[in-house]
Design a protein around this ligand. Structure first.
Ligand code: ZN
Length: 301
């Protein structure tokens, strides 16, 4: 039987690697900002190219706290449109800069949004920490988010090479004590050694991407041993030129190794692929069967 994109759209899905305010569809964004003249590229020149695009385009229209709230609501509505029933999306702590530096105002908004959409989607916010944020802010904002009691996870991201993770160990420890699950972005651009280092230093429950674990059997064994889930996002990797095409994407090898993998949007606004699109693409290109994609889809719950 041949399945279509619609077959995947109809199924309940989870998106567990999503940067909340960047999770809206391009269509919804342009409807909200009809005067915006953004042309979204198909590919970006790595993380630097992506950040340049965000600063040069998205941050030109996201200027007030009301805009940030609009971006967040577009995001959750786009997830609902894709039949996402569980959304784990990270709220970047540094969004406090749009709220006059008040982290409590960010928490209040996240709480309000969670409440507003609760009959439509199980939204479990993650604490989003960029490694470039000054450490005093990391702890001030991070601890405020942890203590609010509304966050289910913590996710750390940013530059992958030459990272110094030691300063974040204490924050991860505090999160664990509060039963908050831990995620770390690594191994999209960086090699298997940085993945091992991240696992040793932060002991995360999940890796965001982590695809370069495929370079080393030993790294994959470590991931298996610790039962770490890999929340991949193939179209993001392709758009950022970390992977050439879907056929060459490591997700198949990671799956064959027995690693718990999921597929997710990462940033729908930038990469323009919903979870349904990701699943359908993997099916269409004969990378996974319908049954295997069911396993992958269920892994995210
Ligand atoms: Zn990400």
């Amino acid at each position: 039987m041949k399945h279509t994109r619609n077959s995947f759209l109809k199924l309940p899905k989870a998106d567990v690697h999503n940067h909340f305010h960047l999770g809206g569809s391009q269509k919804k964004l342009l409807e909200k900002y009809p005067n915006a003249t953004i042309s979204f590229p198909k590919k970006y020149d790595g993380l630097v190219g992506m950040i340049d695009f965000i600063y040069g385009n998205l941050n030109k229209i996201m200027v007030t706290k009301e805009d940030v709230i609009t971006f967040m609501e577009i995001s959750i509505e786009s997830s609902i449109d894709d039949n996402i029933s569980l959304l784990e999306a990270s709220v970047d702590t540094n969004l406090a800069r749009f709220f006059d530096g008040s982290i409590d105002s960010v928490i209040t908004e996240v709480k309000r949004i969670k409440e507003k959409y609760k009959t439509k989607i199980d939204f479990r916010p993650d604490i989003g920490i960029n490694k470039d944020l000054p450490l005093d802010k990391v702890y001030e904002y991070g601890n405020a988010f942890i203590e609010s009691g509304i966050f289910n996870g913590i996710d750390i991201y940013g530059k992958e090479d030459n990272q110094n993770l030691k300063p974040f160990q204490e924050l991860f420890e505090t999160a664990r004590k509060h039963n908050i699950k831990t995620k770390a972005h690594i191994g999209e651009f960086s090699d298997y050694k940085t993945i091992e280092e991240t696992i040793e230093l932060l002991n995360p429950d999940e890796l965001q991407h982590g695809i370069n674990a495929v370079q080393s059997e030993k790294t994959m064994d470590l991931i298996l041993e610790r039962n770490i889930r890999l929340n991949t996002s193939p179209q993001s990797n392709i758009a950022l030129r970390a992977v050439r095409n879907l056929k060459e994407h490591p997700v198949r090898k990671l799956f064959d190794k027995g690693i718990n993998v999921t597929v997710n949007t990462d940033d729908l606004i930038l990469f323009d692929a919903t979870v349904s699109d990701e699943l359908h693409n993997l099916y269409k290109e004969n990378i996974f069967s319908w049954e295997e994609l069911k396993t992958i889809r269920m892994n995210a719950f």
